[in-house]
Design a protein around this ligand. Structure first.
Ligand code: ATP
Ligand code: AMP
Ligand code: MG
Length: 183
């Protein structure tokens, strides 16, 4: 099955998803990585975190091309975002035409308290994060719930909200595996 796994940056998507992949034998595909492969090849970005600052028409084109590639996979855990914070406002990660390519069977929203997410972002030295305040994380998680509901209605895919508690990534992964019917 194709499972979309999303949540604000730093919530722990990749961490939880690695456990789900191991236990479900589903391959992981990172939407941002697929976009970045094309962006790098075309000389549009040298780091994945530059993509959200590109002109919107370029981001939309990269998004569309990535969705086409990912939609060809028969089973996948798709690591992506419901909203991308750009200098031009929130960019929806899963608008109708993108969902039509991906055709998800399940949508998973990973969440955590904003204070914990801010702390996790601070730990991740590889990434270039915006200086987000806790209030901004709260706002984005709220918006993501609306966007997730819309994506569920558009596709008919079930939706689950999973809290990624500190030190309990395995517990979060098990909730996803249950919704996938694996355990
Ligand atoms: P991005 O959207 O930027 O790719 P992400 O949602 O994939 O972020 P991760 O890279 O998985 O987030 O996690 C961010 C940081 O939080 C990492 O340092 C990771 O080890 C840590 N982390 C993730 N889940 C947990 C958890 N349940 N308990 C403690 N630390 C965690
Ligand atoms: P990530 O590593 O998951 O944080 O993704 C890196 C970058 O890829 C994001 O900051 C966005 O610029 C881009 N990206 C990921 N998923 C999407 C999506 N569904 N739509 C548009 N851009 C995306
Ligand atoms: Mg990640």
């Amino acid at each position: 099955m194709r499972v979309i796994i999303c949540g604000v940056p730093g919530v722990g998507k990749s961490t939880v998803m690695n456990i789900v992949a191991e236990k479900s034998s589903h391959p992981i595909v990172n939407f941002g990585t697929v976009m970045f492969e094309e962006a790098k090849e075309r000389g549009l970005a040298t780091h994945r975190d530059e993509m959200r600052k590109l002109p919107m028409d370029v981001q939309r084109e990269l998004q569309r091309n990535a969705a086409k590639k990912i939609g060809e996979m028969s089973s996948a855990l798709i690591d992506t975002h419901l909203s991308i914070k750009t200098p031009y406002g929130y960019f929806p990660g899963l608008p109708k035409h993108i969902l039509a390519e991906i055709r998800p069977h399940l949508i998973v929203v990973i969440e955590a308290p904003p204070e914990i997410i801010a702390d996790r972002r601070g730990r991740d030295e590889d990434r270039i994060r915006d200086a987000d305040e806790i209030r901004a994380i709260k706002e984005q998680q709220e918006i993501n719930r609306y966007l997730a509901a819309a994506a569920s209605v558009i596709t008919g895919a079930n939706i689950i909200f999973v809290e990624n508690k500190e030190g309990k990534a395995e517990e979060a992964a098990n909730k996803i595996l249950k919704a996938m019917g694996v355990i």
